[in-house]
Design a protein around this ligand. Structure first.
Ligand SMILES: [Zn+2]
Length: 137
């Protein structure tokens, strides 16, 4: 996939998910965690975010050996996954209001559980959405 194809995919799903008003900045750069397909970082104010994809997603450099072998639709599902994080951004803000309000033991368990549940839920939604639209790539 080329950078242009990636950008087109992001813009297509940006519209499909009702994020037209968002300013999205797409970057290709190494991520802290080598096995991640992408990262979405919304700004603290306004509807703006940076989407970062590692070079190997665009076929540059080696795909990390501990990442699953390439499978059909993985980039599109990744794009949808990251954009769904933006759709749920306000929920993250609501959860941040709990910061410092819970006992430290409960806080750690709660955050871990919430993160895992959120990732699984977003993955299911992303794949359901990708399967329900004609394949874009
Ligand atoms: Zn995620």
């Amino acid at each position: 996939m080329t950078s242009k194809q990636l950008e087109d995919l992001v813009r297509l799903w940006q519209g499909r998910l009702g994020l037209e008003a968002w300013r999205l900045h797409i970057e290709v750069a190494d991520l802290d965690e080598a096995t991640y397909f992408a990262r979405a970082e919304p700004t603290k104010t306004g509807d703006e975010a940076r989407l970062t994809f590692p070079p190997w997603v665009l076929g540059r450099g080696q795909r990390p050996s501990n990442v699953l072998p390439a499978f059909e639709g993985e980039i599109e599902a990744t794009v949808v996954h990251e954009l769904l994080h933006l759709v749920l951004r306000d929920l993250d803000w609501a959860m941040e209001m709990l910061e410092g309000q819970l006992h430290r033991d409960l806080d750690s368990v709660f955050k871990t559980s919430l993160n895992q549940t959120t990732e699984r839920t977003i993955d299911r939604l992303a794949w359901a959405l990708v399967r329900s639209w004609p394949r874009a790539t």
